[in-house]
Design a protein around this ligand. Sequence first.
Ligand code: C2O
Ligand code: CU
Length: 460
Amino acid sequence: PTMMGQTTHGSGMMSRSTTSTKLATTPTASHKLALPPLLKPDRSDANAVSYTVTAQKGAMAFKDGRKTQTLGYNGNYLGPVLQVKQGQTLNITTKNQLNEATSFHWHGAVVPGEMDGGPHEPVAADATKQVSFKVTQPAATLWFHPHVMGSTAKQVYQGLTGLIYVNDQASQKLNLPHDYGKDDFPVIIQDRQFSAANQFDYDKAYSADGTTGPTLLMNGTLNPYVNVKTKLVRLRLVNGSNARNYHLTLSNQQAMQQIADDGGLLARPVAVKKLALAPGERAEVVVDTNKLAAGQPLAVMAGKQRVLQLRLAKHRRTSGQLPTKLATLPTVDTAGAQHQSLTFSGMGHMVAINDQTYSAKRIDLTAKVGQPQVWTLKNARGMMSGRSHPFHLHGVQFRILSINGKQPPANERGWKDTVDLASGSTVKIAFTFKNRGIYMYHCHNLEHEEQGMMGQIKVS
Ligand code: C2O
Ligand code: CU
């Protein structure tokens, strides 16, 4: 048996080689896109909503033949959608029914450090932990996944990923598609490698530079399609892959209208022909099918590979026009800011931030609640580079000030919690911590993270 945490595989430290496996051509779309269930609250009122989320083992028939051994939240694979309104307190009873430790990290949530579910808040096998925090941030598509040292990447790969939808009054008044599973679909994009026996053999698929696979699963569905019965369709795209970057397009070269970044709505819709999505990032887009005839082929593509087929019904309901104004984003306040800088370097087993790998015992940075932060993030170019590193920071949403000295593109001017650092690039971000605690920042290539491309900041 393979020992936990042992890495006898991977591509060797000095090889620059293979960054990711090639995606295989998908045959015709044959399965209806699975929809994560909307989780029923245990209790809810105007001020609070309570859920129970259980990490458990499962088995899934992704394809013909043997079932795949999986992990899931409240089910076999992936997890449900937790809904919460801005202003409500979110109470979650987290239960671990695995036979190893896990944790429940709320990616993108603005939370006090001890509720964040990072490596300092593990939940032992068979244990239960109560989590509670007030949701103050605007409407957004957030997600949750494990964050325990040594098994984050493997547990995510096996299926531990769920969604949190934050709703708010301002966005509810907008005329945006919001009918779950009718004109508003979550699309969690993951790549996997199936063994000959249909299993996710993480240790075999493993690469120290990022575990990838040739097979795409969307919400755990192979070759999915959705029936489109409205003129406007909203897709909440989530890159839930361990290490693969996607560049998404529509098969007819039409632009998508991006309406939200990781942490909320953009000021206005932005037409995007090619949407880059790094591990951990989310983007909400609206696809306008007004000018398309029924039966016309349409799909979301990743290069030549189909991510999701959109089957256009003959009579599609009109929900009117996409609003031209979506949200008022505050201007970024950097007065009196504390400046910090992080340099990401290396690949495979040699990754580091400011030349150090993660230590639970070391606090790397400090900050004060309420004091603006300006961080300069660099992806060093050098011998051991060539990889991009999707930077993610816990506990806050930030704004991008610049990418290589230039204004970020219009679709990256909203709230972000993850930003891809391309090789050799410099990205400046600004934000302000609202809560105290110890927070992680790391590369969201989960294998890089496990290899120690992570640090911690103490906010007091
Ligand atoms: Cu999505 Cu620190 O993680
Ligand atoms: Cu990385």
